[in-house]
Design a protein around this ligand. Structure first.
Ligand code: HEC
Ligand code: HEC
Ligand code: HEC
Ligand code: HEC
Ligand code: HEC
Length: 319
């Protein structure tokens, strides 16, 4: 009898879970869209500029964050992708890549998984076009052809983690429970109509305000799900296993968006506010005279004790 009651309760718990899932914003998995065939098409699909009109602050903040140029980087990322191709992919005996023309979306996913997740909506031609554009940009810069270098740099920077990457593509994490992101919807913290022609609906993404949302790209360690696991960012792993495990309770959003006052301009050591929030430094110094030995005699000596206390939610630096 006891057993039956237990099963009854757990079934109830599951129904309750499903019921809460059903209220969420997601829905059935949308039919696959046609693949973007050029960089231009892919960029147009995720264009953030249509959002400026009504969300100027979010846009301006986002524009100065690294998310707005996540393939170009500081600009260290694009050249590192080329190094990964030349010194990695092309030398691995089973990667299937000997020359640039062999590059596919799958081969770039060991970086694009986090630096450009929407690449999975493009053809292999787009993967090759990205590589050719970065090589062209490096060559033009080296040869001092500044106009061409600027133009190509702009194209590389247009490949980014824009509004709809976070507010649609990556917005819903538990898709079996909460549903898949719908093509006409922006995901945030409210449900209802949304004043935009292309995205006329607005709905709730249950985990957008939680650390796990950022964790999708900010890394647990090696990306074991890939045939060739890569490892880059590991901040989320460190957050879970060091910070939270030792009692830390702030989320990524609380520190990086709210307490910092930076909103969508999520920053780290390049920003003065973040530097101030990063560490407590205690320095104690004293000087004395010390009799070393007969030859050197009494010499002046300084002792400096430096205590550094990491106040962030993870190791620094990351990666
Ligand atoms: C698990 C997701 C993930 C993968 C996969 C990944 N990266 Fe990163 N990468 C990040 C994140 C997040 C940052 C920024 C945070 C940081 O600095 O740790 C970053 C930072 C970087 C930086 C420094 C940023 C700058 O602008 O100076 C470089 C360079 C870089 N990645 C290159 C690569 C390359 C090349 C690959 C593929 C071989 C790759 N990453 C794969 C997530 C990833
Ligand atoms: C014509 C104006 C308009 C345009 C264009 C527009 N939005 Fe909105 N959006 C709104 C209004 C109004 C709200 C409701 C704001 C509120 O109640 O705080 C909203 C709400 C949202 C929310 C939910 C906010 C929350 O509280 O969680 C998100 C996310 C969002 N918009 C993203 C976008 C993105 C991304 C774009 C570009 C693809 C965009 N919007 C374009 C007017 C617009
Ligand atoms: C890297 C992911 C990311 C990107 C890119 C991003 N957002 Fe957000 N956005 C968030 C998160 C996370 C929140 C919720 C913050 C919280 O929980 O307090 C949010 C909140 C919002 C809100 C609700 C109110 C507010 O301002 O906090 C609006 C509106 C919004 N975003 C619009 C945009 C627009 C427009 C863009 C592009 C210019 C954009 N977002 C780009 C992650 C992102
Ligand atoms: C779609 C993947 C993705 C998501 C989601 C994402 N990020 Fe990032 N983030 C990146 C990448 C990639 C970079 C580095 C870009 C580069 O420089 O190449 C980055 C850069 C950063 C940086 C700057 C790091 C530096 O070295 O200066 C911070 C801070 C940051 N992200 C915080 C967040 C926070 C907080 C969230 C959640 C609200 C979040 N990110 C969500 C991929 C992501
Ligand atoms: C308690 C506040 C706090 C929390 C929680 C927090 N951060 Fe940070 N984070 C900071 C501060 C302050 C810095 C600036 C220190 C630095 O970059 O050296 C920083 C730096 C970073 C950097 C750059 C690291 C580097 O190489 O120096 C990344 C990336 C980042 N945070 C992402 C995240 C993500 C993702 C989360 C959630 C999983 C998170 N942070 C949670 C405060 C926090």
């Amino acid at each position: 009898m006891k057993k039956v009651v237990k099963i009854g309760i757990s079934l109830f718990a599951m129904t309750a879970l499903w019921a809460s899932g059903a209220q969420c914003a997601g829905g059935p998995e949308p039919a696959p869209q046609t693949k973007a065939k050029t960089i231009k098409e892919l960029v147009a699909r995720y264009d953030s500029s249509r959002c400026i009109e009504c969300h100027e602050d979010a846009y301006d903040e986002w524009e100065s964050s690294l998310h707005s140029h996540s393939v170009l980087g500081t600009p260290r990322t694009a050249p590192t992708i080329i190094t990964a191709i030349d010194k990695g992919l092309k030398l691995f005996p089973y990667s299937g890549v000997k020359e640039d023309k062999d590059i596919t979306v799958e081969s770039l996913m060991f970086c694009a998984k986090c630096h450009l997740p929407q690449l999975d909506e493009a053809t292999d031609d787009v993967a090759r076009e990205i590589v050719a554009t970065i090589r062209g940009w490096q060559k033009a810069s080296k040869e001092g052809n500044e106009d061409l270098a600027d133009e190509l740099e702009e194209t590389i920077a247009s490949l980014n983690i824009g509004c709809m990457v976070c507010h649609n593509k990556m917005a819903i994490i538990h898709k079996w429970a909460d549903g898949y992101a719908q093509l006409d919807t922006v995901y945030g913290s409210q449900d209802g109509d949304h004043d935009d022609e292309k995205f006329p609906k607005m709905a709730t993404a249950p985990a957008l305000g939680e650390s796990i949302f950022c964790g999708q790209c900010h890394g647990l360690g090696p990306n074991f799900e890939l045939d060739e696991p890569s490892q880059c960012a590991t901040a989320y792993g460190s957050y879970l296993y060091a910070y939270v495990a030792h009692g830390g309770s702030d989320s990524c959003q609380e520190c990086h968006m709210h307490k910092s006052g930076l909103g969508h301009d999520m920053q780290a050591y390049n920003d003065e506010t973040m530097i101030k929030m990063a560490v407590d430094v205690k320095v104690e110094a004293r000087s004395l005279f010390w009799r070393k030995n007969k030859e050197d005699g009494v010499i002046p000596k300084g002792i400096i004790n430096v205590d550094l206390y990491n106040k962030t939610g993870h190791v620094i630096p990351d990666g």
